[in-house]
Ligand binder design. Sequence first.
Ligand code: FEO
Length: 172
Amino acid sequence: MISDSIQTALNKQIRIEAESSQIYLAMASWAELQGLEGVAQFMYTQSEEERMHMLKLFRYVNERGGHAKVSPLNGPDLEFGSFKEMFETLFNHEIFVSESINELVHLTFENKDYATHNFLQWYVAEQIEEEAQARMILDKIKLIGDNNAGLYLFDNDIKQISAAAQSKAEGL
Ligand code: FEO
């Protein structure tokens, strides 16, 4: 059985993961309208992954005798000034998610809830990967600058990153 404070914190994280899924879905749509198919595909995959992060928490809360709640979500930005700006938003959002997971892990220690602490280790590892991936993409975009040919190649490149992420998500 989980305590009320852990349940509240896990439900907050469920909302954050659901909002992450919506944020990346909005990015997928914007990228698709700009004609960058690879970036759009990457964002659709990211959006699915975030939904999976949300569901994993959701099921855990109910499994432990709590009540997983569906909360109203904040709407994401729908427009981005540039691809660089969009990926900066993604990177900063992942840092925010990592901080939220860290606080959650800290709370499980304070509450001596070692089962939830153990469960959350998967998210700790996942955030290291997601931050590293976002940083790598952002570095590539900084190198490209305003070069359209570079952006075309990047779009192709990111298709491969997306395909790798997709097979990882299917393996979960
Ligand atoms: Fe589920 Fe990208 O944080």
